[in-house]
Design a protein around this ligand. Sequence first.
Ligand code: 3H9
Length: 677
Amino acid sequence: MIETNLHDNVLEIVITNPPVNALGADVRCALAAALADAQTNDAVKAIVIRGAGKIFSGGADITEFDGTMAEPGLPELVNMVEACTKPVVAAIHGSVLGGGLEISLGSHYRIAAPDAELGLPEVLLGIVPGAGGTQRLPRLIGAEAALNMIVSGSPVSATKAEKMGLVDRLATDAASLPGEAIAYARTLDAPRRTGERDATVDPAFFEKFLADNAGKKAYLDAQKGCVEAVRAATELPLDEGLVKEAALFTQLVSGEQSKALRHIFFAERKAAKVDGLPKDTQPRSIARVGVIGAGTMGGGISMNFLSAGIPVTIVETQQEALDRGTGIVRKNYEATAAKGRLTPEQVETAMSLLAPTLDFEALSECDLIIEAVYENMDLKKEIFGRLDTIAKPGAILASNTSFLDIDEMAAATKRPQDVLGLHFFSPANIMKLVEVVRGAQTAPDVLATGMAIARRIGKVPVVSGVCYGFIGNRMLNPRLDGAIDMLVEGATPEQVDRVSTELGLPMGPLQMLDLAGVDIGWHRDPTRIESVRDALNAAGRWGQKAKAGFYDYDERRRPAPSPAAAEIIDGFRAQAGVTPREISAEEIAVRTLYVMVNEGAKILEEDIAQRASDIDVVWNYGYGWPRHKGGPMFWADQMGLDKIVDALRRYADRLGPDFSLSPLLVRCAEQGAPLDK
Ligand code: 3H9
């Protein structure tokens, strides 16, 4: 858990708890014992604390937050570090986060390698820093800078930390840090305690900070707690401030928001693991990627690889489409550069890796080829058949389809083991989710490569089996059917969507259809009106792109209730002979949200998703499910599956002839078991 080495009169304590040197109970015990020894050992003049491996420490062990934390607690340990009568130096490299930074703040001096990143990301887990971070950071760098760091949860670089006064000096590099830290410790005569300093600030600052942030959507309980805790640092002596911080921590850690945020933290990491792969599976190496189709998706997909330094061959059938697509890629990069997030050189480097061509044969050089043409099975099968004759042996053939059967595409080749789905979400250069679709014959190393390459380009990959719409889009279907049926029965689009937006989703099902296009899949015959969608399409209300759909849209694509849409819906209802009725928020929740949970449970029992938490990751990163609500499956578990099953049964006659309850959902509800095991 720790190693100690005495270098003449400097005691080096090395935290050795791979993979991230989390400060679990064993580490805390060992650290406390080593510090106590050092205090009484006359041979020790000064102490250096550092981390083994790639980082100093990722902070408290988050898995301990569900129960009571064993003694000594992290706050006590940090107090012990600060109370040490011999100078303590924190030697920081890699990440120093949360409790790791709090140990460093308790230390009397800090030296950091230039690669270090220092942060208090607790807020992202729905808590305030709970081991003195909210009290010592303001005393060290001022309340304003401290609050900004704590409320955002974003780390700062070592160079910035030095400028802020958060570290005293920079080491030459990570390799020389241990030696330089020991040499530094030798020069120190006495402790210098941050807790003994004052954190002063203009009292009006906090009011202004709260007012500035009040309207922010993501302003959660933890952020408010951070303001309160940092304010306490400016008003109270250290010991009283620490009591205040501890009270806020205890309250927040047992709250719904923190539970949900912790769930998503671990869910995201679990999703990266594929069950059932042979242990020795090695991903194939990918040096060049091919993309077929330079449309919005093809261009966006290419940008991910270019940004990661991976060359892309992009193929189109017409020069004009190729030029347009490449032009959009450049424009997107230049827009990012204009915001200062890329240098002009980085834009040119990325563009220099892009090889646009009309020559399909050029794909023969690629190790991974992603087809991103429009959703038509015949076309896709033709492309896969052609690829089979062109691609080099061992190349991975992927489809970016959002719905269609990967196995059918694989069957168009003589190498179905090399085929898989890589479903990117739009805009593909921004959205983090990739559904990695495992076909019936996809080889283990092909699946492993899909997961690895997605991570390499900064995405969050989730494995899905083959079914219509995979995990995410499949769950959209029952909710969209419910939403549209309710319009005919008497609800307004605003009423339907409000139930989703009040939960925290960025938009409701009808706003989402407006964004995607009301006319997707439309037969294009304005005289044939068999649904509300047909009626809207016939009137040219195709959604956001027409500035008119279920809502009216202004220049900035902001929705407003639409009298014209209401008239069309009323007209359709009258023609269908339906008498409108009041529809309750409960019914809307059942028919747009509970049905999604039911579909998610079916996805689980059919082994389309590996685990319930994977479905939550899909909804977080693909559809904007609010992180502090965890994801649809976590949300359902928290609410109680019995309540969901009961409501679905009560409304069963309104859920359409195709609806059936998921046996898994019913079983879990009866047994009081969660979907997320
Ligand atoms: C805190 O400190 C509270 C205190 O203020 C007060 C307390 C009283 N605990 O992310 P990776 C696991 S709150 C337990 O893939 P990377 C992770 O689940 C804490 N486990 O590595 C994974 O497990 P597995 C504030 C943790 O190199 C494995 O380690 N700190 C913890 O890409 C590898 O993780 C944070 O919020 C943890 N703290 O990134 C930092 N951290 O292999 C959270 C990781 O079984 N951590 N694991 O799937 C991170 O941001 C990243 O892990 C880090 C490394 C940047 C450190």
